[in-house]
Design a protein around this ligand. Structure first.
Ligand SMILES: Nc1ncnc2c1ncn2[C@@H]1O[C@H](COP(=O)(O)OP(=O)(O)O)[C@@H](O)[C@H]1O
Ligand SMILES: [Mg+2]
Length: 368
């Protein structure tokens, strides 16, 4: 029997739970008018919190509304890909070129070719391409999603944002949803060309509620190896609402279990789940964090123990600074989305088990 849990980044879960505010608002936005605020969304949050799969859900909703979906990612030259590949492919789908007629023209001799050379065709831009596509639609629109915007070239993002704004001004049915790590999103919203996106609906994804986590575990396990209630309770406790962990704990427990998942199964996989979290989430999240910020994080980890948060002036003292001297470092870590300020003068870690990871001195098990 195939394991139905999917602890894989970007892989849509077998059972979905949570984020209903975003889903409902987006669906309402599609039913609305051009320029509806919820047709422009920015989604941010930590690695593994569920940004990519939420984008996929929004794409599904758009498709159900009859909208065309164009998917882009900050990991490549998104504007070029949209202009050269993604949009032409959609246009060809909607209005297949008359192949024979074009071939006939191409064979009709030199004269035509020379004339064509004399009249250069305008270089397509994202705006002209989008208008070509929108011109083929009646009563529906086009959604562009951009994932991993933290890796994107700022010029690309500005161009997408400006084109989107331009099309809205012309009463076109367009929607734009961008998703990425908190740090990258904050940087994006500071770009000159993206001022407009500051008015977009912004959703910061936090942990799922325990009820949602329990619903995911129970419904997914029910696919073949039902989970005992006390086992589900423990899995929920271990996962701390973090979607990647929900899938991971479920996945490991399923593999270990007989015909049903027991509390002993969940207990047995807890350490492995947290360790995998270290290599898949903690280590990459800390990549590129400068030494002063790392020192701040380590001090936090030492002081926080098993508590939920810690006093920021205690942390400052621990790194040998006056509270106001550490403010800058603290601000940068908040901006990176690695820490949060749950109350005045208090700081906490955004990612579950990051304190444990830092205290273990980033030791991950290396398997060659
Ligand atoms: N709402 C949800 N319900 C069930 N599983 C989810 C949900 N959100 C995320 N997941 C699971 O969590 C993991 C991480 O999701 P992903 O979208 O890749 O995170 P991100 O893009 O933020 O790094 C995936 O295994 C995904 O299936
Ligand atoms: Mg992702």
């Amino acid at each position: 029997m195939r394991n139905p849990f999917r602890p894989t980044f970007g892989a849509s879960p077998y059972h979905w739970a949570g984020r209903s505010v975003v889903l409902e608002e987006f669906a309402r936005g599609l039913d609305g008018y051009p320029g509806e605020p919820s047709r422009s969304m920015v989604i941010d949050g930590a690695r593994g919190i569920g940004k990519t799969v939420l984008l996929t859900e929004l794409e599904d909703i758009a498709a159900q509304h009859g909208w065309i979906v164009l998917r882009a990612t900050g990991r490549e030259d998104s504007v070029r890909t949209l202009i050269d590949t993604t949009i032409p492919a959609k246009i060809a789908e909607l209005a297949p070129p008359a192949g024979r007629a074009v071939t006939a023209v191409q064979f009709s001799g030199f004269r035509v070719d020379t004339e064509l050379l004399d009249v250069p065709s305008p270089t397509p831009t994202l705006g002209t391409r989008m208008r070509d596509l929108l011109g083929l639609l009646r009563g529906t629109g086009v959604l562009i999603t951009v994932d991993e915007v933290q890796d994107a070239d700022p010029d690309n993002l500005s161009e997408i944002a400006l084109t989107h704004q331009d099309l809205i001004r012309d009463e076109q049915h367009v929607a734009l949803v961008m998703a990425g790590l908190t740090h990258g999103i904050n940087r994006l919203l500071d770009l000159p060309g993206t001022t407009f996106l500051r008015r977009a609906r912004r959703f910061e994804l936090g942990p799922l509620t325990d009820d949602d986590a329990r619903a995911i575990i129970t419904a997914t396990a029910a696919k073949g190896k039902p989970i005992d209630a006390d086992a589900a309770d423990l899995a929920v406790e271990i996962a701390r609402g973090y979607p990647y962990l929900v899938q991971l704990v479920g996945y490991l427990a399923w593999n270990r279990a007989g015909s049903r998942i027991t509390r002993a199964d969940v207990e047995a996989v807890c350490a492995e789940a947290v360790q995998t979290m270290g290599s898949q989430v903690h280590a990459p999240s800390l990549k590129g964090v400068p030494p002063a910020q790392m020192a701040y994080l380590r001090a936090m980890a030492d002081l926080i123990g098993d508590a939920a948060d810690v006093s920021s002036s205690d942390v400052a003292e621990r790194v040998g600074k006056k509270p106001n001297e550490a403010t800058d470092t603290r601000g940068k870590l908040l901006d990176r989305g690695l820490i949060e300020a749950p109350a005045w003068g208090r700081v906490s870690f955004t990612l579950p088990y990051l304190a444990e990871f830092l205290r273990s001195d980033n030791r991950t098990t290396r398997v060659s």
